[in-house]
Design a binder for this molecule. Structure first.
Ligand code: AMP
Length: 286
């Protein structure tokens, strides 16, 4: 596996391959890799000549500096994991490499750059103002650098996936976005780099998030949207160490919350929960 820290090295290496007409699969990440990330690389390996994974903890998408500071960084283990799944290229730039002007993105943080059609004002967007603008700024930069044929995103971050698709469509970017299923721990908890931050009791109780989502899906047959929303709130909040931030049942394409089952054919139930000090998100097709 080649590891590149600069844009120039990465582009030089990829240039020859592009001339030969090779296809490039790209997986943007923030590192602290787990099987969820690796599943994206495996899918990319199956569908492309070359797979590139980036590790960049993007300051622009964090709302609190403390969250950015405590975000796990495990580059040595990440490299071993990437070699084990035959990733071709790791691109691991510094903050200055991606944001040369002000180091932290400076002006880019002040004004929204992308019209995300309101998709960024719901759910995560309400609780993390500016988060998706930050995500779009970095993903667009990374697409410009790598120029991938296909890019792989996990359904774990369902709203992010919908927003990236929207950006690619409206800017007419020449990349195909490939959604990938959520990889879970054996007790159902969605794999996340943040899971290592959970204390033992929080980790144990965090399995209730997926258990509750799965039961909500079952209940669809017999309950109204409103009743399920109330039920989920009670279930999560009665679990020690868990506090519900939001639970929404939304149209999978527009992300608009629905009040009745008839409002859309494809629905997604999305949840954000605080487990102690750690914020976890999950979702399920319902
Ligand atoms: P992150 O490093 O958290 O920014 O995630 C990088 C990519 O991996 C995103 O497209 C995520 O949606 C995806 N991802 C993270 N966790 C999982 C998971 N448990 N299953 C599938 N994809 C995931």
């Amino acid at each position: 596996m080649h590891t590149f820290l600069t844009i120039k090295e990465t582009q030089n290496w990829l240039l020859n391959l592009k001339k030969q007409g090779k296809t490039i699969g790209f997986v943007p990440t923030m590192g602290a890799l787990h099987q969820g990330h690796l599943s994206l690389i495996e899918r990319s390996n199956n569908e492309n000549d070359i797979s590139v994974l980036s590790i960049f903890v993007n300051p622009l998408q964090f709302n609190e500096k403390s969250d950015l500071d405590k975000y796990p960084r495990t580059i040595k283990q990440d490299i071993d994991k990437l070699k084990s799944v035959h990733c071709d290229v790791l691109f691991a730039p510094s903050t200055e490499e991606i944001y040369p002007a002000q180091g932290l993105g400076g002006e880019e943080k002040q004004s929204p750059l992308y019209n995300l059609g309101g998709l960024d004002t719901l759910m995560e967007g309400l609780h993390r103002p500016g988060h998706f603008q930050g995500v779009c700024v970095v993903v667009k930069k990374l697409f410009d650098i790598i120029k991938p044929t296909k890019a792989y995103f996990g359904e774990k971050d369902f709203q992010q996936l919908v927003i990236i698709r929207h950006m690619v469509k409206t800017l007419e970017l020449p990349v195909k976005i490939i959604p990938c299923p959520i990889v879970r721990e054996s007790d159902g908890l969605a794999m996340s780099s943040r899971n290592v931050l959970l204390k033992a009791e929080e980790r144990k109780n965090a399995s209730q998030i997926y258990a509750t989502l799965s039961s909500a899906k079952e209940k669809r047959k017999s309950s109204s949207v409103t009743d399920i929303k109330k039920w989920v709130e009670i279930q999560i909040n009665k679990t020690p160490f868990l506090k519900l931030e939001y639970f929404e049942i939304v149209n999978s394409e527009t992300l608009s919350p629905v009040q009745t089952w008839e409002e859309a054919t494809c629905l997604r139930a999305c949840v954000a929960v605080k487990a102690g000090a750690v914020r976890l998100i999950d979702n399920i097709a319902i």
